[in-house]
Design a protein around this ligand. Structure first.
Ligand code: MG
Length: 163
């Protein structure tokens, strides 16, 4: 496969794994402030990120490329509030979207057309990722300081299915 794209896809594998690590740290923070439902939502999200990494991992292998795993930075461990967590989730997903769009542009520029269906899938997935992060963020903002609203929202988030 195209070498520039191979290198960029390897970077993306690390970014997806790093997303999983970040969301798992957020889940642990939510456990520590007694929001187990929110923690569950973030754990499901972390597992999804591992699947994203594996999709790219398999593509690079299938194309005869070489997967090279890079270091994953230590994630942020503490947040000021659940609102701060979901502000960070949304900002992170926006960064991932930007990265996916760059990959798509690179695949087109390098005429690596076999990567386009995979990257197209990721473009659509990122629309969903940003939408769901923003929905949860808006709900936590609405709940504000209300303990009963927070408990209700936490139990709703705890019902997120494993996808
Ligand atoms: Mg992802």
């Amino acid at each position: 496969m195209n070498q520039a794209l191979e290198a960029a896809l390897n970077e993306q594998i690390t970014m997806e794994l790093s997303s999983a690590y970040t969301y798992l740290a957020m889940a642990a923070y939510c456990e520590s402030i007694n929001l187990p439902g929110t923690a569950h939502w973030l754990e499901v999200q972390a597992k999804e990120e591992l699947e994203h990494a594996m999709k790219i991992y398999e593509h690079v292998n299938d194309r005869g490329g070489r997967v090279v795993l890079k270091a994953i930075p230590e994630p942020v461990q503490d947040y000021a509030s659940p609102v701060a967590v979901f502000e960070a989730v949304l900002a992170h997903e926006q960064k991932v979207t930007e990265s996916i769009h760059k990959l798509y542009a690179l695949a087109v520029a390098e005429k690596d057309y076999a990567s386009l269906p995979l990257l197209h899938w990721f473009i659509e997935e990122q629309v969903e990722e940003e939408k769901s992060a923003d929905e949860v963020l808006q709900k936590f903002r609405m709940a504000g300081e209300s303990k009963s609203a927070l408990l209700f929202l936490d139990s709703k988030l705890g019902k997120r299915d494993e996808e």
